[in-house]
Design a protein. Structure first.
Length: 139
């Protein structure tokens, strides 16, 4: 049975804290989610997203503070703009844009974090594994 590999870029101040709360509260979500803590969702570069796909992720999720609540003022608006551009690039490259998701959550939303991860896992299961053609020169 296919279990998608997910890379979650979580902002330090809100969504990473939500992930931590999900863990300590024992809210269940699939173990196939790999969390990468970033200081702000606005710091997630397009290269990070494509690199995750290149190295085997079936899906990538960028999570951050709710709009208007970013600790860096407008970082989450930058993330929203970048994710939209990456989704367009994915379509151009023939990748399903549904493999990339953006979500906002506060530090108090541990249950929401777990729910979003379960939901995203189910969406990716429906899409199936990401099969990128390899050129044999990976490192």
């Amino acid at each position: 049975m296919f279990e998608p590999r997910i890379v979650a870029f979580c902002c330090n101040w809100c969504s990473y804290a939500a992930a931590d709360l999900a863990g300590v509260s024992r809210f269940r979500y699939p173990p196939n989610v790999r969390i990468i803590r970033v200081m702000c969702s606005g710091r997630v570069e397009p290269e990070f997203i494509f690199d995750a796909f290149k190295h085997g992720a079936d899906g990538v999720i960028v999570t951050g503070c709710h709009p208007g609540e970013c600790h860096y003022i407008s970082g989450n608006y930058k993330a929203e703009e970048r994710v939209a551009k990456v989704k367009k690039a994915m379509e151009y490259l023939g990748l399903e844009p549904g493999r990339l998701r953006l979500e906002w959550m506060s530090a108090a939303e541990g249950e929401r974090f777990a729910s979003v991860m379960r939901d995203f896992t189910e969406e990716l299961k429906a899409l199936g594994p990401l099969n990128l053609e390899r050129d044999g020169n990976e490192g």
